[in-house]
Ligand binder design. Structure first.
Ligand code: URA
Ligand code: URA
Length: 233
C-alpha cells in the first residue's frame, strides 16, 4: 500500500516536470500522440512566476551554476506594464539574489523614478539568472539554457513594453546582428511585445554623456505607456 502511494507520487512528480519542460520548449518527450494528449489536458503547470521559479529550482542547466551564490530570478510586479531586461547578475546581485542592486542598479532606480514609476511597479530581470565569473559576458550555451525562462517570464507578465538594457540583452532577444550603438532608441518587437533597446546603466556609468540618449529612449517608452513626459526631466 505504501509502495503504491510512493509510486503514484513519483509518477505525478515526473509528469509535472515533463509537462513543465514541454511548456518551456525543453526536452520534448518521445511519447505517442494519445499519451501526450492525455497529459496535456488540464491546466498549465507554469501558470505563474512562482511556478516558473519552482521549475527552475536549484538550476544546474549550465555551467554558471558552479560559481553562483544565488540564482537571480527577477523581481517586481507580476502584472508590470514595463519589464527591464538586463544581462546577468553581477557581484552584489549574486550575493543578494536580487537583480540590479549594485551601482548600475542604483542608476536604473533613478531612471525608474524619473519615469514617475517605482521598482515595485515594474519588473526587472536578466538574460541569464546566474552570475558569469568575473562579470564576463554570458556565453551562447549559457544564454541558450536560460532564455526559455526569460521568454516564459515575459509570456506570463505580458507587459506593454520591454526595455532591453545593453548589447547582450538585445542580442539575446533579437539576434547577433543587432548593433546597440546603431539601433538603440528604435521601436522593435519581441514576442509581439514592443521592445525599446537602450544602453545598459553600467555603460552609462563609464560614459555619462550617453545619459541624454537613454533619457530620450526612456521618454519614448513613457509616451507609449501614456505617462506624463515633463520638459527637461
Ligand atoms: N547588470 C545586469 O545586467 N543585471 C543586473 O542584475 C545587475 C547588473
Ligand atoms: N555597449 C554595450 O555592450 N552595452 C551598451 O549598453 C552600450 C554599448
Amino acid at each position: 500500500m505504501r509502495l503504491a502511494e510512493e509510486f503514484r507520487e513519483i509518477i505525478g512528480h515526473l509528469k509535472k516536470r515533463m509537462m513543465a519542460n514541454m511548456e518551456m520548449g525543453l526536452d520534448p518527450p518521445t511519447l505517442s500522440p494519445s499519451t501526450l494528449n492525455y497529459l496535456q489536458t488540464g491546466s498549465s503547470h507554469l501558470g505563474s512566476l512562482k511556478d516558473l521559479r519552482g521549475h527552475l529550482g536549484d538550476c544546474k542547466r549550465c555551467k554558471l551554476c558552479h560559481g553562483r551564490s544565488n540564482l537571480v530570478f527577477g523581481e517586481g510586479a507580476h502584472e508590470a506594464r514595463l519589464v527591464f531586461v538586463g544581462e546577468g547578475p553581477g557581484r552584489e546581485e549574486d550575493l543578494e539574489g536580487k537583480p540590479f542592486v549594485g551601482e548600475a542598479g542604483r542608476l536604473l532606480d533613478r531612471i525608474i523614478t524619473a519615469m514617475g514609476l517605482t521598482r515595485e511597479a515594474v519588473y526587472i530581470c536578466n538574460v541569464v539568472k546566474c552570475r558569469p565569473p568575473d562579470n564576463r559576458d554570458p556565453e551562447s550555451d549559457e544564454i541558450e539554457a536560460c532564455i526559455p525562462f526569460l521568454k516564459r517570464q515575459l509570456a506570463l507578465i505580458r507587459p506593454e513594453v520591454i526595455c532591453a538594457l545593453g548589447r547582450v540583452a538585445v542580442q539575446a532577444l533579437l539576434g547577433k546582428n543587432f548593433k546597440i550603438t546603431r539601433e538603440r532608441g528604435k521601436w522593435l518587437s519581441f514576442m509581439d511585445i514592443p521592445l525599446m533597446p537602450t544602453y545598459h546603466p553600467a555603460y552609462l556609468l563609464r560614459n555619462p554623456s550617453a545619459k541624454r540618449q537613454v533619457w530620450g529612449d526612456v521618454q519614448e517608452i513613457m509616451k507609449r505607456m501614456g505617462l506624463e513626459v515633463k520638459k527637461d526631466g
